[in-house]
Design a protein. Structure first.
Length: 271
């Protein structure tokens, strides 16, 4: 039975909400299909990357080792400083530095040396972190707010969450000794929570469409990253038969290994 809400407007034209609902359903279905395609491609890239590493990783390592040996043999024969430098660099690339993580643990991160480490290495005194002792008024405001807004006073879950979020802000302001912010928080608490207004059905549908659009943009970026990656580019060369592509690459690498082995034998003066 058709409900009054689902009936079209006079003249047979669908209601605006009905058109929005149709657009949302279509966008949801399109997004689902796009996510399925993206996840399928991601799994293919991941599997191909793993197979590529398992099957061809040792061959790449062999090529790098042969390159280093060739440069070392050339440097030993010529004694040239530039040849020696190239040989040393090639060998160094094959030899990871032992214990790097243990050595740098607690001394540096992605942004560089910690301030304490810099101070110790330069002979400077290590300054203790700055500490704030809140004033009497800040302590009074804090105690008052903590008593009024404590989460344990909540009767419902939503209210408890609101109080926890508010007390987190209070604690942060008190830790900084920010008396002005504590006063603002006291005024905010006294004013009470802003009354909630339920969005209309049209607003809900528009919000859903906007979220779907943002989600599609994010997935599009992920898809581009996968397609632009080295493995993704290789997969695009043979989307229907990636195993055959691996075989072709393996054959090319085997040829290169034989060529490098012959070059090394020549550099060593072997027949």
């Amino acid at each position: 039975m058709t409900t009054p809400e689902a009936e079209p407007e006079q003249g047979g034209a669908p209601r605006p909400e009905e058109r929005l609902e149709q657009a949302v359903r279509a966008a949801e279905q399109a997004l689902i299909e796009y996510e399925i395609a993206l996840e399928t491609f991601r799994v293919e890239v991941e599997n191909f990357s793993r197979l590529h590493e398992q099957r061809l990783g040792p061959v790449y390592a062999r090529l790098e080792e042969l390159e280093a040996q060739i440069l070392e043999a050339r440097a030993a024969r010529t004694g040239d400083a530039e040849d020696l430098r190239r040989a040393d660099e090639a060998r160094a690339r094959l030899m990871p530095i032992p214990g790097v993580e243990e050595l740098l643990h607690g001394w540096m991160d992605g942004d560089g040396l910690f301030p304490e480490a810099t101070a110790m290495l330069t002979g400077q005194a290590v300054r203790p972190p700055q500490r704030v002792r809140p004033g009497e008024e800040a302590r009074r405001l804090y105690r008052e707010l903590a008593r009024k807004a404590h989460p344990d006073l909540a009767q419902e879950e939503d209210e408890r969450v609101r109080r926890e979020e508010f007390i987190t802000r209070v604690n942060a302001a008190y830790a900084r000794g920010d008396e002005a912010e504590l006063r603002e928080l006291a005024e905010e608490w006294a004013a009470g929570p802003a009354p909630e207004r339920r969005p209309s059905r049209g607003e809900e549908l528009y919000a859903r469409l906007e979220w779907l659009d943002r989600r599609k943009e994010m997935l599009t970026l992920l898809a581009k990253e996968l397609e632009d990656s080295a493995i993704g580019a290789m997969l695009r060369l043979a989307p229907d038969d990636p195993d055959r592509l691996l075989e072709e690459i393996a054959e090319q690498l085997a040829t290169q290994v034989r060529e490098r082995e012959a070059e090394l034998a020549e550099a060593l003066g072997r027949d």
